[in-house]
Design a protein around this ligand. Structure first.
Ligand SMILES: NC(=O)c1ccc[n+]([C@@H]2O[C@H](COP(=O)([O-])OP(=O)(O)OC[C@H]3O[C@@H](n4cnc5c(N)ncnc54)[C@H](OP(=O)(O)O)[C@@H]3O)[C@@H](O)[C@H]2O)c1
Length: 311
């Protein structure tokens, strides 16, 4: 089976590549733009070189391979904070997807897996199921919604849209500036953890290796219909209070400075913010279920920070 993977140089894409290369019968063409990141993939997967072709390819003109391809996994995208310009978001996330779909059709692609986001649901009405109304509010979310429509509207191929919750997990490419990494590093430095408002804002975190299993199932398993959307989340939401409590307990267990939780009630509350995906559909239809608990996920960050302190 021949698979083309876009976004292979990204946080998620590199882990998806690692998973796909485990299957003996699969050959992967892994695409990215950045030469250094492509070289890093070449080193990392040197032991799988016979199954892997690395391709420098831009969604401006995607034609990653010659000849037939069975499945396209489209994980490439731009998003904030790296990119906030609406024109770039549209050109990459929407028009780039359109160009890739056209190329895939000519290459005889049978299945197109599109990595989308929970952001298409907006900010109200969680927990969301796949039948919840979409209401994207940011230019990024709008671009992903528009790309979803292109993917689902393309005749003649199986289309799977995966709406992912916020990714986390310690792996190459992890953004230490995002919540779990930022908080773990703050604890490591002995800095206080600040709770804004009540701390009852709820969010959904998806471990990157759980996301990888969902992508691989969507790419390889039989599907119940040829146009399908699946939510992929952590299985439940967590409040900031709960999150910090786990961080504090794990910091103690790993001998980091005691975590000081400071409340800043003057800051806008955000208490009504609730992001959460209902994942029953993918559980039922593909047998996928989240494997990481929040505690296990946070422990990866805390143990990493604790090891670095000892080095
Ligand atoms: N991270 C999250 O929390 C999250 C949550 C929900 C959904 N998602 C979705 O999951 C997917 C992967 O996210 P990620 O966090 O792994 O992203 P990432 O680390 O920022 O990686 C983005 C990837 O897209 C590639 N890319 C960007 N612009 C491109 C272009 N014009 N042509 C070709 N490739 C291009 C990048 O290539 P180079 O690096 O080589 O330039 C990189 O491989 C995205 O579709 C994102 O929308 C992410």
């Amino acid at each position: 089976m021949k698979i083309v993977l876009t976004g292979a140089t990204g946080f998620l894409g590199a882990e998806v590549l690692a998973e796909l290369l485990r299957f003996e019968s699969i050959r992967v063409t892994a695409c990215g733009r950045d030469r250094e990141r492509l070289a890093a993939l070449e080193d990392r997967f040197a032991h799988r070189a016979e199954k892997l072709s690395l391709q420098q390819s831009d969604l401006q003109d995607p034609s990653p391979v010659q000849g037939h391809v069975d499945v396209i996994v489209h994980a490439a995208a731009v998003r904030a904070p790296a990119c906030t310009h609406p024109d770039t978001l549209v050109d990459t996330n929407v028009e780039g997807t359109r160009r890739l779909l056209e190329w895939g059709r000519d290459a005889g692609c049978a299945r197109f897996v599109f990595v989308s986001t929970q952001a298409v649901y907006g900010t109200e009405g969680a927990p969301w199921s796949e039948s919840s109304p979409v209401c994207p509010v940011t230019p990024y979310a709008i671009s992903k919604r528009d790309a979803e429509e292109l993917v689902l509207g393309t005749e003649g191929l199986e289309s799977v849209v995966l709406r992912l919750a916020r990714l986390y997990g310690v792996a190459p490419g992890v953004r230490w500036s995002e919540l779990p990494g930022r908080v773990a590093q703050a604890v490591g430095r002995g800095e206080p953890l600040v709770v804004y408002g009540t701390g009852e804002q709820r969010f959904d975190l998806l471990h990157v290796r759980d996301a990888v299993r969902a992508v691989s199932s969507a790419a390889l398993r039989p599907l119940p219909t040829d146009k399908i959307i699946y939510n992929v989340g952590g299985g439940r939401s967590h409040s900031i209070n709960e999150f910090y409590q786990q961080v504090a307990e794990l910091a103690q267990a790993y001998g980091l400075p005691p975590a000081v939780i400071r409340r800043d009630s003057a800051h806008p509350d955000g208490a009504h913010r609730h992001l959460e995906l209902n994942v029953e559909k993918i559980r039922r239809e593909l047998g996928w279920t989240p494997g990481f608990s929040l505690r296990e996920g946070i422990e990866e960050y805390i143990s990493y920070v604790a090891q670095k302190r000892l080095m």
